[in-house]
Design a protein around this ligand. Sequence first.
Ligand code: FRU
Length: 494
Amino acid sequence: MISEQLQKARNFEEKYGKYADIERPAYHVTGTIGWINDPNGFSVYKGEYHLFFQYHPYSNEWGPMHWGHVKTRDFVKWERLPAALAPDTEADRDGCFSGSAIELPDGRQLLLYTGVNRIRRTDSLVEEFQHQCVAVGDGINYEKYEDNPVIDAGFLPEGGDALDFRDPKIFKDGDNYYCVVGNRTSDGSGSVLLFKSADAFQWEFVKVLDACYNEYGRMWECPDFFSLDGKQILFVSPQEMRPIGLEFHAGYGSVCIIGSYDHKTCTFKREKVQAIDYGIDFYAPQTLKTPDGRQIMIAWMQNWTTTFCKRNGSRIHGSMTLPRELTLRDGRLFQNPVREIENYRSRKVSYENVIVKDTITLGNVNGRCIDLNVTVKPFKNHNYKFFRMTFANDGEHFATIRYKSDSSTVRIDRTRCGSSFDIVHVRDFIVSQNKGVIKFRLMLDGNHAELFVNDGEEAASFLLYLDNNDAKAITFEADEEVLIDVEKYDLIID
Ligand code: FRU
């Protein structure tokens, strides 16, 4: 049965969604209309990839959370589906927060999400309670479980906070379902709780899988837990991070904890911790495993601290990154654009061993919907200090990517893109030294820039906030002569 609230959201999408088409990038997922944040329920269902997301159709601001819905066969072209969930039952009357999805043995798709209830206390303060709920459906329509919530405050370990208890990610291990859920502990910082179920409806608490102890931020949101190339990975999105070197920036971060997992005792042991994305606009990543064994990640290409930057009168706000393939190499998380995007490459332009000194441009190397690959190499015995690339350049506005060889750092910079918002526009991160050779792959889609360095060793996502869609020029610059190889494709998503 479709509730009145859900029908209202679907009617709204039907009526207004088409007007947002002029604002959309070519291959980055946006909501049908209104606001979106975290990816939810990123999963395989009946041979297709489904993606849900936090959604407020009625304005370009965050509001009572619904779940929006799209699906794809190749991670590039997405089909819009009607909104999947609305806050319309007692258990989720103040919002259907983030969660995940899985295909059940009987062919139905199960959504596990956080239901929110707010109450006004007698001293007038509003308190929010979060608990985990279930809905099942056929890939379009979902019925909420009558006994929701399925995991409530009564399941919490001692010190666990019922106000910050959200974002279940479900997975199967052996015969059982498990889910990891973000929680706040008595020291005020985050933890990830593990729950277990035989049928995905009746749950029991297993253990605290890992905890923050105020080291990496405070509340840990949107956990994900999966195996990758022989290791076990825990993703968390912490609030209130403090900077650590150039690895973690302040605010809302993305943390990848690499470790090992004992499936019998459900014990996770940390080995290494690194940032997931070194850019500006990235949060709440979620992954799925494809039938051919690839672990694919998608994230919200925004960050809470910059969400107020929006064009006047925009009908949509928020988008997703291009899905990325994850691998582990030498104990490090690598990310690369899904290989399917290469099917949309056209008009190849390539150059080899071009000498760059001062500033140069190259014929037909330009565009705003492109896959640009640049390898920089030292020339003869010259030791260059910096190499810089500008893009989305109209002479007045441009974004830059700069590599400094002495510190082995890359800087992304959108200061000159024309935004009048006083937000973070610059970010630096460390890349590995490789005798002055550095590789960039820039995936550009209108105002969406995703940079991959050294074959995916680092990724950095950032939005440009540039009004001029015709700002297409690309320049290359170095202080000393360097050689570059360039391969550029237009991406045509028909
Ligand atoms: C993360 C988050 C989640 C929550 C959702 C609400 O961005 O705060 O923890 O479920 O957004 O929209």
